[in-house]
Design a protein around this ligand. Structure first.
Ligand code: APR
Length: 259
């Protein structure tokens, strides 16, 4: 049962904010069929991140990484946005949310219509050669995977890799600096579907708090920031976020009636 009071409070905070931003994690995409990393059926429960998810492992044995990639690729490539993604895109259209910082690589925020999206962990639809940096798109990789694993570069025959951030790698500079800058200037951060367990992204809420900003957390597991948040709703983002948007519209209607 979702507390009506928490939805109302979250809606008011968002409606009365001046520079609200959103931080999302893999939890917002599980209702689109994409497994998260640390939830009940998280990817890291099946694949050890130190073997499958870090840059040293990829350099040592790219075929291990591609084994994981092939396992999750079909769900990743065929996934569609869920009501949680659409709710956030609507908050951006209502000019309430100024930007979405996402740790997700699935492009579902953009597919749902969101525009200002900072992909701090990269994107699964771009690939490059680990040798000469030649770039490839998803369709080329899918064709290559039918004949070779790992897929190799047409020019230098080195293995290819997706443009995603692995453990032990830096975040893309632009997204890293932009996400810190907007977190520092934000008066409200809505955190949706993240365990807040991976640096440096998990530090972003601290910048908003340092700016006297407030936090709203929607996650179906507790996070280390819960006691600092104004509102914590432990339930599905695909249910909660649309309820918050609906409540915002109700409040706007009521205010319109009395203005
Ligand atoms: N609604 C709300 N919360 C959900 C839902 C849902 N439908 N599904 C899962 N969750 C919660 C999980 O309980 C978990 O607490 O979302 C959170 C997802 O946390 P993680 O799996 O740790 O994902 P994330 O926070 O995005 O991880 C950050 O870690 O492995 C790296 O690069 C990877 O970007 C990833 C980063």
């Amino acid at each position: 049962m979702i507390e009506k009071k928490a939805i109302e409070k979250a809606a008011r905070l968002l409606l009365d904010s001046k520079a609200a931003i959103v931080l999302t994690g893999a939890g917002i995409s599980t209702e689109s069929g994409i497994p998260d990393f640390r939830g009940e059926d998280g990817i890291w429960k099946k694949y050890k991140p130190e073997i499958y998810g870090n840059i040293q492992a990829l350099l040592k044995d790219p075929s291990k990484f591609w084994q994981l990639a092939e396992d999750v690729a079909p769900t990743l490539f065929n996934a569609e946005p869920n009501p949680g993604h659409y709710a956030l895109a609507e908050l951006e259209k209502m000019n309430i949310v100024k930007a979405i910082i996402t740790q997700n690589i699935d492009e579902l925020h953009q597919k749902a219509g969101a525009v200002i999206v900072y992909e701090v962990h990269g994107n699964i639809n771009r690939f490059s050669c680990m040798g000469c940096r030649a770039s490839y798109i998803k369709e080329q990789i899918l064709k290559k995977l039918k004949k070779e694993k790992p897929p190799l570069c047409d020019f230098c025959a080195m293995p290819l890799r997706p443009s995603v951030v692995l453990f032990g790698e830096n975040l893309p500079n632009f997204e890293k600096y932009m996400s810190v800058d907007i977190a520092k200037k934000s008066d409200l951060m809505l955190i949706a579907g993240s365990s807040l367990s991976v640096a440096p992204v998990c530090d972003l809420p601290i910048f908003t708090l340092a700016n006297k900003g407030k936090l709203i957390i929607v996650n179906n597991q507790p996070t280390y920031m819960d006691e600092k948040a104004e509102v914590v709703i432990n339930n599905k983002t695909g249910i909660v976020l649309p309820l918050i948007v609906k409540e915002i519209k109700n409040i706007k209607f009521e205010r319109g009636k009395h203005s």
